[in-house]
Ligand binder design. Structure first.
Ligand SMILES: *[C@@H]1O[C@H](CO)[C@@H](O)[C@H](O)[C@H]1NC(C)=O
Ligand SMILES: *[C@@H]1O[C@H](CO)[C@@H](O)[C@H](O)[C@H]1NC(C)=O
Length: 339
């Protein structure tokens, strides 16, 4: 009896151990985010650069249905909608219990979340589940955000991807229906101090230098990585900013940036590589992995009730001062006649 129980105990704990190892291994191979196609890259001087994407990927045509992203957040295209409700970030403040996966997917670094977080509200047509986030950065001498705000390209942009259930991959969702994807975009600026929340991600980046490399990281409440004020944002309809550039994305771009340190930024511009193994090439540093801005045409950027809508961007300040001069001279012309 005694030995039997002991043996059972041992078998049991072995089974637990084994299933734990299995769970770990399968979690790693079960990442839903695939390494991106080697048929595109961000180097403007190579055959695979953004200018040539449309040769391989038909939907990347710059004027395809006037739909492409990223865009300049041009104040002349902004319209405030005071009846638009706030963003709903469901369970964003929850600390998830299972580890997240951080992965080098060749064109960026991706962090995959566990199920349980949802995005809704604003003018989103329905509720989306939070899937993963990815980053766009510059180089030592250039900034690398995809969207441009107030004539400024920020050092970095963080994009949190959401899908309509039950889709499991971006392309499956985006090929099947419009508005199947929602992205929260956050500008990342450089500040004097380390961002302690961002450090979990930044520290892991140098450990996954090559495409396909992946690691577990400790989760944190995702809300902690967002700007303090999430009530200021712009919403517009656009596309994925990488092939297949599908037109299926509701974009929400926060007005306020978050801040990280130069050291935290340097790990992105100095330790991430991409290469085309079949060409036997040496890995190259992945730099400036952002798509050039695309025309807005007649698209509207809906500004939330609290978001700033600049009257004149700096490039139009000349027009503003000319108008002011005209008005004052008109008034001085008219005033004497009225008295
Ligand atoms: C403003 O927001 C409300 C509430 O979401 C929506 O019903 C309405 O269509 C929006 N108006 C415009 C012009 O986008
Ligand atoms: C690049 O980012 C830095 C740091 O935030 C900023 O000072 C600079 O104005 C940006 N450059 C451009 C061209 O937007």
């Amino acid at each position: 009896m005694q030995p039997d129980t002991k043996r059972m105990d041992m078998t049991f704990s072995r089974a637990i151990l084994f299933s734990l190892i299995l769970a770990k291994a399968s979690a790693l191979t079960n990442s839903h985010i695939a390494v991106s196609s080697p048929d595109y890259c961000y180097d403007p001087y190579r055959w695979c650069g953004p200018k040539y994407w449309q040769a391989t990927f038909q939907y990347c045509t710059s004027d395809f249905m006037e739909s492409q992203s990223p865009v300049i957040l041009n104040p002349f295209h902004m319209m405030r909608n005071r009846s638009m409700g706030p963003l709903e970030l469901l369970a964003y403040d929850v600390l998830q219990s299972e580890p997240w996966i951080i992965k080098n997917i060749r064109d960026t670094i991706a962090v995959e979340f566990n199920p349980g977080m949802y995005l809704g509200g604003a003018n989103l047509p329905r509720s989306y589940y939070t899937f993963y986030m990815a980053f766009h950065w510059g180089s030592e001498t250039t900034n690398g955000s995809e969207h441009i705000y107030n004539d400024r390209r920020y050092p970095m942009e963080m994009q949190i991807f959401h899908l309509v259930p039950p889709y499991q991959t971006l392309n499956e969702a985006a090929f099947t229906e419009r508005q199947a994807v929602a992205v929260l975009a956050v500008f990342v600026d450089i500040g004097p101090e380390d961002n302690p929340v961002f450090e979990t991600i930044s520290r892991a980046v140098p450990t996954i230098p090559l495409a396909g490399d992946e690691k577990f990281i400790d989760p944190f409440p995702l809300r902690d990585l967002l700007p303090n004020d999430t009530s200021k944002f712009y919403q517009y309809t656009g596309s994925l900013t990488f092939p297949e550039c599908l037109y299926a994305v509701e974009w929400i771009v926060f007005q306020e940036p978050i801040y990280i340190s130069q050291k935290q930024y340097n790990r992105f511009i100095g330790t991430v590589y991409y290469h085309e193994p079949e060409e036997g090439e040496e890995p190259r540093l992945l730099l400036q992995n952002y798509r050039p801005t695309q025309a807005l045409f007649d698209r509207i950027l809906i500004a939330s009730a609290n978001a700033a809508v600049p009257m004149f961007s700096s490039s139009h300040s000349l027009v503003a001062s000319l108008l002011a001069v005209l008005l004052t001279s008109l008034v001085s012309l008219l005033l004497p006649r009225m008295t």
